[in-house]
Design a protein around this ligand. Structure first.
Ligand SMILES: Nc1nc2c(ncn2[C@@H]2O[C@H](COP(=O)(O)OP(=O)(O)OP(=O)(O)O)[C@@H](O)[C@H]2O)c(=O)[nH]1
Length: 217
């Protein structure tokens, strides 16, 4: 199985680095100073097999258009917003709309992640709103707190990685079938045209077969 790639998207300060590091190390690190995209490599044990994974923690500061550059790279996306900042929720909607438009040929699993639920007294976006948005775009939805718990973040990542693995396998099966049916069509076309050429060749008389009068002309 090829490496599974997940891109973490979202507005600046929503906790993209916090949820990524929480999932990979089980630890919460309060302050990150990432001005660039960071790529983490790890492996995942699922059903007695190990799969290599890459998680790209994108930086909203240095990547003004991260979607375009990352969309072809990833097998799955985590779109994070901060439940205390409505602007980040709007940004998450815009990101989901872009993903929806860009990846039309294949379905790519997406997890919508509402972070910072420990700050309940400052909450601006209700759980229902998150659910509705996820329903609208057919993605998974999780409310998490990178600061408080590993459990919900782990569940979200595990489910996304499982879905990403399944869709990646389905995609490669479909591509293999398409390639082999294209090959069959081209072989058939080849044999049809090849046969016609052959027939023409056969009908064309050779010099040896021409009668003497024909040779004298
Ligand atoms: N209270 C609380 N704070 C959090 C949580 N997750 C992250 N933070 C804080 O939010 C701030 C931003 O977190 P980051 O993980 O750096 O956010 P980011 O989305 O990677 O930000 P950029 O790198 O600027 O795009 C930091 O001060 C974190 O400590 C959370 O679950 N609860």
């Amino acid at each position: 199985m090829a490496t599974l790639r997940i891109a973490i998207l979202g507005e600046s300060g929503v906790g993209k680095s916090a949820v990524t590091v929480r999932f990979l190390t089980k630890r919460y690190i309060g302050e990150y100073n990432s001005e660039i995209d960071l790529l983490y490599r790890s492996s995942l044990k699922q059903e007695d097999s190990l799969t290599d994974i890459e998680i790209l923690d994108t930086s909203s500061k240095k990547s003004p258009m991260p979607l375009e550059s990352h969309v072809q790279w990833a097998d799955g996306f985590v779109v994070v917003y901060d439940v205390c900042r409505r602007m980040t929720f709007k940004m998450a909607r815009r990101t989901l709309e872009c993903l929806h438009k860009m990846r039309t040929s294949f379905i790519v699993p997406v997890a919508l992640m509402a972070n910072k639920i420990d700050l309940d007294h400052r909450r601006k976006i209700g759980v229902d709103e998150g659910h509705e948005l996820a329903l609208e775009f057919g993605c998974q939805f999780y409310e998490v707190s990178a600061a408080e718990t590993f459990q919900s973040i782990n569940i979200a990542f595990q489910a996304l990685l499982r879905d990403a693995m399944i869709t990646k396998q389905q995609r490669s099966t479909i591509l293999r079938r398409r390639r082999s049916s294209l090959l069959t069509v081209s072989k058939k076309l080849g044999s049809i045209f090849g046969k016609k050429d052959h027939e023409v060749e056969k009908k064309r008389p050779s010099c040896d077969a021409l009668p003497d009068f024909a040779l004298s002309i």
